[in-house]
Design a binder for this molecule. Structure first.
Ligand SMILES: [Zn+2]
Length: 162
């Protein structure tokens, strides 16, 4: 009895501890924006553009409700259990992408898309380059953009295998 009581007093004096788990995790934040665009290659004829882009070549524009998902990869911090502050990632996406693209004409109003055909494919590459230098915790893994619920493109950076 005496021994057991002394063991339990020793346990209660022990400093609290946390156990860090190792492993690469993928953390995603989703944001939305609405924007207008036109798929058009000004170096080609009107007929070529209509043939390639159809309704998306409409000179009077059309719009999409875009959904953007950005994924960062890395190991959780042993002190917080977090890979990153999701509020910080949300702020970065709002500042770099939503603020400049939401309710805008992607062809005419977004400086980093100047002279780019704003296809979903080109948008994910452009968004990657806007975001990647600002990811401080973990590394940017994926930029996925839904133009419609069934049509989306994903970019995993210049180093990703083709
Ligand atoms: Zn479109």
């Amino acid at each position: 009895m005496a021994k057991s009581a002394s063991t339990s007093r020793a346990a209660s004096r022990k400093r609290p501890s946390v156990r860090a788990l190792r492993g690469t995790v993928f953390v995603t934040r989703q944001v939305h924006f609405n924007a207008a665009h036109r798929l058009h290659n000004p170096t080609k004829s009107a007929a070529w553009n209509v043939e390639k882009f159809g309704l998306c070549n409409n000179p009077r524009w059309h719009g999409h409700n875009y959904v953007l998902e950005v994924t960062v990869a890395g190991e959780p911090d042993p002190e917080t259990g977090y890979l990153l502050d999701l509020g910080g990632l949300k702020g970065l996406l709002e500042e770099r992408i939503v603020r400049v693209c939401d309710h805008r004409n992607l062809n005419e109003e977004v400086p980093f898309l100047r002279d780019v055909i704003p296809s979903t494919e080109n948008l994910v590459i452009a968004f990657w380059h806007e975001l990647e230098p600002h990811i401080k915790n973990g590394r940017l893994h994926s930029v996925k953009l839904y133009e419609t619920p069934r049509n989306f493109a994903e970019y995993r950076g210049p180093a990703a295998a083709a």
